[in-house]
Write a protein that binds this ligand. Structure first.
Ligand code: ATP
Ligand code: MG
Length: 216
């Protein structure tokens, strides 16, 4: 039985200007969805609403059966630590630590083990001993993806996870993310500018003229 992981209803938001209104989105287990849209249309902001980081001006976000903006800080903290995998547009790795140490911090906090096969699949096993500052942008991106998946999250929010990658590596990252959600009955919500990556997802949306439209 598929489980509804995320259900957002009637989401509207404005900073100075209105970004979007009446956004609806549902994500079920073992499913992937992509959000496309021009730079500045509000894709990252939407992802922040869905992933507990920013309360929308209006609307409700139900994540794993919890209405997140009514929860206490400690409950949000727990949700983030154990259930959510958030791959930010700009990766937040500890620069002075090695790739392996970065992954260890996340797995320890979540009470999980490091998955060596995952590092192999992402083609970063060889660089695990190196400091983050010595890695290429694309290697850092893959380390941050490995770090997130090592936590074994139920819902993955990924903001341009393949942004810095060549096509072959981008496809490899998509393979890893899609395999992960199928094996773990998790869900993936992806923001991307890359139509080809969006096509690999089960569903696609476009954020345009302040509306989120389902296109596939
Ligand atoms: N904290 C904030 N305070 C005020 N305005 C903000 C804030 N965060 C984002 N914005 C504005 O909201 C708009 C949408 O930003 P957002 O980062 O969501 O766009 P995006 O679709 O992710 O763009 P990109 O494709 O370039 O990443 C932008 O005009 C941005 O300047
Ligand atoms: Mg963005």
């Amino acid at each position: 039985m598929p489980q509804t992981l995320l259900h957002a209803t009637q989401i509207s938001h404005h900073f100075d200007l209105e970004l979007y209104r009446n956004v609806e989105l549902k994500l079920e287990s073992s499913r992937s969805a992509a959000i496309l849209g021009r730079s500045g249309s509000g894709k990252s902001t939407l992802l922040h609403h869905f992933s507990t980081f920013l309360k929308p001006s209006q609307g409700r976000v139900i994540l794993l059966d919890r209405e997140i903006y009514t929860l206490k800080d400690a409950q949000i903290e727990k949700l983030r630590r154990y259930e959510l995998g958030i791959i930010f547009q700009f990766h937040y790795l500890f620069k002075g630590m090695s790739a392996m140490e970065n992954i260890e911090v996340a797995t320890m906090l979540a009470g999980e083990e490091i998955d060596e096969a995952l590092l192999e699949k992402l083609e970063i096993s060889e660089v695990m001993g190196q400091k983050i500052s010595e890695l290429s942008g694309g290697q850092q991106q893959r380390v941050s993806i490995a770090r997130v998946l090592s936590k074994k999250p139920k819902v993955i929010f990924a903001d341009e996870p393949t942004g810095n990658l060549d096509k072959e590596t981008a496809n490899l990252v998509m393979d890893v993310l899609l395999d992960y959600i199928h094996i773990n009955e998790a869900g993936l919500l992806l923001v991307t500018h890359d139509e080809e990556m969006a096509k690999r997802c089960d569903e696609s949306y476009r954020l345009e003229e302040q509306r989120l439209e389902r296109i596939v």
